[in-house]
Design a binder for this molecule. Structure first.
Ligand SMILES: C[S@@+](CC[C@H](N)C(=O)[O-])C[C@H]1O[C@@H](n2cnc3c(N)ncnc32)[C@H](O)[C@@H]1O
Length: 272
């Protein structure tokens, strides 16, 4: 939690995305863009999350749309080329927005914080957000802002880390094995119970590997649903995606995991 006053973008409003996440996306903007634009490399996007998100899109013909945490702009462009007449992408990373602007001139892009949208009330027909809201500590502010800028009878579709996945705690990590668990075991002799990890508590998770040095927030499904409802949304759908069969050939290990333990969850919310 802090007041962001970095030189890259001068926001004085409260924002909960951790500065190290913003720095990471700025410093790795080129590599991140190359990764998401190579479908064989970003298989969690191309063969898992994107097909599920796209299958839940409402009719976009003639609609005005926003993409929150748009990164290098691929989804803004997808929405624009699938019917939307106006597609606005918003991201906190100045470098990713530079890349998006150069790559997709038919879309509009803003450097901005999804907790404080610089957009008028009731001005858009659809909001989309892919794997970005979990960078926010307090999602209620995002739900409030999206509800404010959407017109009545419109949807907010977003994906985020699945809390089953983010709840799992690494219990051993050595040269040969890495093991993460969410588990309960009972010693039948003493009747004592050992619980590994904690699904129910809202908490930050600091990725420490060099591949992705960012901070995300774990949040139980029930809490997400309650906060969305309190902002005024109705829950139209909750989807736990499964990977496309092609992943089985490209990466059987990932496929076998994802058909049993979801990495992401998708919410489709409706503003009545
Ligand atoms: C995993 S990337 C996803 C990018 C893109 N949606 C995609 O699917 O390729 C998460 C994005 O969220 C952005 N982000 C994090 N916190 C944000 C905030 N408070 N407001 C806007 N964007 C944010 C990051 O800069 C990053 O581009």
């Amino acid at each position: 939690m802090y007041f962001h006053t970095s030189t890259s973008a001068c926001y004085n409003l409260y924002m909960s995305t951790d500065e190290r996440s913003i720095n990471w996306y700025n410093e790795h903007a080129n590599d991140y863009t190359a990764h998401v634009r190579n479908p064989d490399d970003s298989i969690y996007h191309s063969l898992y999350e994107k097909p599920a998100m796209y299958s839940l899109l409402p009719d976009l013909e003639g609609k005005t749309v926003i993409s929150l945490g748009c990164g290098s702009g691929e989804d803004s462009n997808y929405l624009r080329t699938h019917g939307a007449i106006k597609s606005v992408g918003i991201d906190i990373s100045e470098r990713l927005i530079d890349i998006a602007r150069t790559s997709y001139p038919d879309c509009e892009f803003q450097i901005g914080d999804m907790e404080n949208l610089d957009l008028p009330d009731n001005s858009f027909d659809f909001t989309y957000s892919s794997l970005a809201i979990h960078y926010i500590e307090d999602w209620r502010q995002v739900f409030k802002e999206v509800y404010r800028v959407l017109r009545p009878n419109s949807y907010f579709l977003f994906s985020c880390n699945h809390p089953i996945y983010s709840a799992m705690e690494v219990v051993s990590d050595d040269k040969t094995t890495k093991k993460a668990e969410l588990s309960r075991s009972r010693d039948k002799n003493t009747n004592s119970v050992t619980i590994v990890s904690d699904y129910m508590t809202h908490k930050s998770i600091e990725a420490v590997n060099s591949e992705l040095a960012v901070t995300t927030w774990h949040k139980p499904i029930g809490e997400i649903a309650t906060e969305a409802s309190e902002a005024g949304f109705l829950i139209a759908d909750i989807k736990e995606p499964v990977p496309l069969p092609k992943m089985q050939d490209l990466s059987p290990r990932d496929y076998d995991t994802l058909v049993k333990i979801p990495n992401f969850v998708i919410f489709k919310l409706f503003k009545p």
